[in-house]
Structure formats: C-alpha cells, structure tokens
Design a binder for this molecule. Structure first.
Ligand SMILES: Nc1ncnc2c1ncn2[C@@H]1O[C@H](COP(=O)(O)OP(=O)(O)OP(=O)(O)O)[C@@H](O)[C@H]1O
Ligand SMILES: [Mg+2]
Length: 219
C-alpha cells in the first residue's frame, strides 16, 4: 500500500507546473539557442517541436505529449536534434532543481566493456554497491539512440547492454518517475524492431515520439 501511495504521490507532484510565463520561457530558450548555436534559427521545421518542448519542460499538461513519458526525437542527420537537447539541458538547469544527464550509446557501451555493470550504474539506478537505499536515478538523455546496438563483452560475458539498461529504465520510470529521452536517426518502428517485443511494449509507456524534419543544418 505504501508503495502504491508513494508511486501515486510521485506522479502527482511530477505534474506540478512550473509557473513561468510561456512567452518568457520562449525568450529564454531562444536566448540560450543564440548563445550556444551559431546562426540559431527557429523556422517552419522546428517551431512546433520547440513550442511543445517548452510546454513539456515547464510541466504543462497537453494532449500533444504525456508528462509521464520521456521524449524521443527522430530525424535524419543534422536536423538539430542534439542541439535541441543541449538547449533544453541548460533551460531545465535554470528553471528546475535537476536537469537530465546526457550520454551517448557509445559511452554507455564502452563503460560496460571497461567496468561491467558497475560501469552502467550511473545511467541506471545510480547507486554505490548493491544497496537499494542508495538508489538515486537521474533523468537521462541518450544521444544517438539505436547506434552500436550490439552485445558487448566484459570478461568474456556477452550482454545486450542497451537492452538491460532499457529494462532498468522502465523500472526507474515506474518506481522513481525519472524519464529517459533520446535522439535518433531511426523511426519509431525501426527502434521497436531493434529491441524486440518486451521492450517494444515498454516503449509505449516510456516515450513520446516526435519527428524533426528539414535539411541537414551542418555547413
Ligand atoms: N535551430 C538551429 N539553427 C541553426 N543551426 C542549428 C540549429 N539546430 C542545430 N543547428 C546546427 O546544425 C548542426 C547539426 O545539429 P545537431 O548536431 O543538433 O544535429 P542532429 O540532428 O543531432 O544530427 P545527427 O543526426 O547527425 O546527430 C550543428 O552544427 C548545429 O549547431
Ligand atoms: Mg545528434
């Protein structure tokens, strides 16, 4: 019972809207964009997504996303996915107590190869040792989700590292309300196929999917 109450309470407080005027928040995001991205522009390709994400990170309820789920931005190379999360990482750092931790798939896999499961702990329950009391999971962004999905070896044990981490993250979402976000060049369908049925089902509860269209912005 206590467990259920705790989970419900977390979910409710999780929805608490941050009382910053939407237009003011938009100006903040634009200012961060201009400081961090050369020739930063909000145009017809990204305007809707920036607007939704400002609402999302202010914890404003909307039919366009579910606050209990993380954000996946799919899109072709160079459309500005990583830049968006870099900007919202700074934005959330300013407006909230906690922001999300950022990692690439490569970093996660190579930490596993070096240190085994302890190496991926910071991306999961984030605790020292096996003591459950010390669990302190963070909201996480995986940049370049879907790349280097392969079984990795640590002392000869071959493990589907991302699959294991994603199952942890599902549990973390349900029990700790800490969401996981991702940028990816793959579509929702491709990601689901990649990770199999168990995770495909969990992804429905874990992610809001957005697509970022447009040309490669790299010059
Ligand atoms: N809104 C923007 N206005 C102008 N330039 C931008 C904008 N967003 C991103 N850029 C620039 O476009 C380039 C590509 O951006 P970014 O790395 O975010 O793309 P990406 O979608 O993550 O690409 P990839 O799929 O290869 O990871 C970078 O040089 C970045 O600074
Ligand atoms: Mg990127």
């Amino acid at each position: 019972m206590e467990y259920i109450e705790k989970t419900v309470k977390n979910r409710v407080s999780f929805h608490e809207e941050i009382k910053i005027d939407f237009d003011v928040a938009t100006e903040m995001v634009k200012a961060i964009g201009k400081k961090t991205v050369r020739n930063f522009i909000i145009d017809e390709h990204n305007v809707a997504l920036y607007r939704d994400l400002i609402g999302y990170f202010l914890n404003k309820e909307s039919k366009r996303y579910n606050l209990n789920k993380g954000i996946v931005i799919s899109g072709s190379v160079g459309t500005g996915k990583t830049a968006i999360f870099n900007i919202f990482k700074i934005f959330t750092n300013v407006i909230k107590e906690n922001t999300f931790k950022k990692a690439t798939t490569k970093e996660i896999i190579s930490n596993y190869v070096k240190n085994g499961f302890e190496g991926i702990e910071p991306y999961g329950y984030n605790c020292v040792g096996t003591d459950n009391i010390n669990r302190n999971p963070m909201e996480l962004l995986i940049d370049d989700f879907g790349y280097d999905i392969m079984n990795a070896k640590h002392f000869g044990n071959e493990v589907d590292v991302m699959g294991v981490l994603l199952e942890y993250r599902y549990d973390i979402l349900i029990n700790y309300n800490k969401r996981i976000h991702a940028t990816t060049n793959f579509t929702k369908k491709e990601l689901s196929n990649m990770f199999g049925e168990r995770l495909e089902s969990r992804f429905k509860e874990m992610f809001n999917y957005f697509e970022l269209r447009g040309k490669d912005r790299r010059k």
